[in-house]
Every structure is written in C-alpha cells, then in structure tokens.
Design a protein around this ligand. Structure first.
Ligand code: KG4
Ligand code: ZN
Length: 334
C-alpha cells in the first residue's frame, strides 16, 4: 500500500510517499527556518501561509521523485495534531482534497505517534512492549507502549520541552534558530563537566522532567560571567548544559524500562538528533541489557515519512477517518 504522508504541524512543510510503512519512495521537506529565524521562533501566521504556498508543488515533486502518478497512491495520511492550528488546517484540508479526488482512504495521525513510528521505517516494528522517550520542540514524554498504537504516559515535562530549552538558551546566547543543532555542534569541543548545572528532578522517583530551572541557571551563569568581565567559553557552556539535559533523560528512560520490565527502548523527536543523547543512551542501554532503537538523523526531526508510516500501520488494521475529521492542536498521545 502506497501512502502519501503530509506533515504541516509546525514550521516544516513535509510530503512523503511510503510503501507498506517500510519503503520510503520520497521524503521531501521545505524548511521555513529562514523565515522564522530572524524572530527567534516560529511565527504561526507566517508558517500557515508558507505551508499553503509550498504543499502543492512539494506533492508534485514527491510523485516525480517516486516515479509515480497520483493514481498510484492508495491512501493519504496527515498530521492531525498536536501543533499550530493554522498550520495543521492547511495539511488537513489538502489531505482531504487529495483523498476525495482519488477516492482513496484517508487517516489523521498523531504527530507524536509519527515520531515513534519513524523507528519502524525500513525494518518494521520490533516485538512490543516498548518504553519510548519522545523529546521534541514541544514535547518531553516517557511513554509505555504495551503493544502497537497503545500509549500510557509515564511522565512528562512540568514546564519547558527539551527542544524548547535548547532553543531558548541558543536564542539567549545569540545563536541561530533552531538552537539544538547549534548547541550540539558547539558542545563537541566543550567539556561537559566544566559547569555543574542542576540535574532537576533526577532523584524525584517519578518519570517527570523539569527544564526551566536549568534554563535559568544557564542564564544566571552567563550574566555573572559577563558582570565579572570573564570571557564565556561557549563550547564548555553548551557541553555542560547539554550534559545536564541528557543525564536526566538517560537516567529516567533506563529506570522506566527497568521498572516496567520492558526490554526495548525507542527514541523519537527532533532532540534525538542530539549526538550526545544518542551516544549516552546507547552506552546506558547496552549496560542495562536493553535493545535501543532510534531513527536515522533525517527522520528524527519533523518529516512526513513518519506520518505515512504511522498512518499505514493504522490503515492496515482497518482504521479510516471520515471527511469531517478536524485538527486538534492539543491532541494527546494516550
Ligand atoms: O520534532 P521536531 O523537529 O519538531 C517538533 O515536533 O517540535 O523537534 C524540533 C526540536 C527543536 O527544538 C530543535 O532545537 C531540536 O528539536 N533539535 C535538537 C537537535 N536537532 C534538533 N536538539 C538538540 N540537539 C540536536 N542536534
Ligand atoms: Zn516533531
């Protein structure tokens, strides 16, 4: 089954064509980072307009790249939420129009489920149950998956999302947007133990996270250094901040897998592109005897292949959505 995937929840216009949730025939992205960069964050109104402008041409290009015509498509999967309402509406309306014109089924997909299903492209799903760490610009959640498409949220951030913390620190330091990749690159030559930033909630005994205290600690540190006329070592700062984030995430993910008696850990979301998180989680999982899966870099950040993959899996179970389906900016995973 060849599924057209459409993802417009935030600032990436994305279209993909995926066969049986496994084989990626095309996976295209029209990034809007340059549009939002000068504002230091996504401007919803501009994002919706850009999606509307780009989605049509991007679908044409995807078909061309896949060597297919419209009639080769068997179904359409689209992100239903969570995300920016105007951006989601553009994708949803487009997906309905295509499905209606072709007379094929269509299905709305939770964006976070997409991040989880990015792990299953090419290889298919491993045997459940899983514990999933979902870390993106908008979310930080630890989820227990007893079986496919069933989600029990174990814990989540009480304030900022992980990616949001990276973006806010980068913005404060005058680095580019989004901040995650910039800080990750800087951190490579820094000393992660240079500045002892707090590991918030590391020993809270639950699976919740808190990142706003760390953000404040970083800002305070920079202000104190500037006031004391001391030069700020950006690589050390980036590496120390990143280590504080990664430490807690690794510790809680491994603990969750152990407590739930689960042998397989999945990572999903843009922050999983972080080199230190991948490295530290791989080492910790190996030590704990856990099987770890994370997507290739280009499938960590927002893309439409993951939406097509999650949609294909639901369609294969006989699920369909009706044409009165709406978007839901706050759509929960569970
Ligand atoms: O999943 P995603 O593309 O969009 C959302 O669903 O939010 O995640 C985007 C987030 C941004 O906050 C970005 O700074 C972060 O992922 N990110 C990273 C890295 N690459 C992207 N954070 C840390 N290290 C990275 N290498
Ligand atoms: Zn995302």
């Amino acid at each position: 089954m060849k599924v057209l995937g459409i993802e417009t929840s935030c600032d990436e216009t994305a279209v993909a064509i995926v066969e049986d949730g496994l084989k990626v025939h095309a996976n295209l992205l029209a990034s809007q980072h340059h549009i939002h960069g000068r504002f230091g964050g996504v401007v919803p109104e501009l994002a919706s307009r850009a999606h509307l402008e780009r989605l049509g041409p991007l679908m044409d290009r995807a078909l061309e790249e896949a060597g297919m015509g419209w009639r080769d498509l068997d179904a359409v999967a689209v992100t239903r939420g969570p995300g920016l309402v105007g951006s989601l509406l553009v994708g949803m309306a487009t997906a309905k129009a295509v499905a209606l014109a072709l007379g094929v089924p269509f299905i709305g997909v939770n964006h976070l489920e997409g991040h989880v299903y990015a792990n299953f492209l090419e290889h298919g799903p491993p045997e459940p149950p899983y514990v999933c760490l979902i870390v993106s610009g908008g979310h930080t959640q630890l989820v227990h998956m007893p079986e496919e498409h069933r989600y029990e949220v174990l814990g989540q951030t009480l304030d900022d999302a992980a990616g949001e913390a990276f973006d806010k620190i980068a913005r404060f330091l005058g680095l580019g947007f989004p901040g995650g990749p910039e800080l990750d690159a800087l951190a490579r030559t820094g000393d992660p133990s240079a500045i002892p930033f707090p590991r918030a909630m590391a020993d809270s005994g639950d699976y919740d996270f808190s990142l706003s205290g760390l953000k404040t600690a970083v800002i305070r540190h920079v202000r104190a250094e500037r006031q004391g006329d001391r030069e700020i070592d950006l690589p050390d700062l980036a590496a120390s901040f990143q280590e504080a984030v990664v430490d807690v995430q690794v510790q809680k993910t491994i603990a969750a897998a152990r407590d739930q008696g689960v042998g397989t850990v999945l990572l999903g979301g843009g922050v999983v592109a972080n080199s230190r998180l991948r490295e530290r989680m791989a080492a910790a999982a190996e030590e704990a005897g856990l099987t770890l899966h994370y997507p290739p870099l280009e499938l960590c950040t927002d893309n439409a292949a993951m939406i097509a993959a999650a949609g294909a899996s639901r369609l294969a179970r006989g699920e369909r959505d009706a044409f009165d389906l709406t978007v839901d900016p706050g759509l929960p995973l569970a």
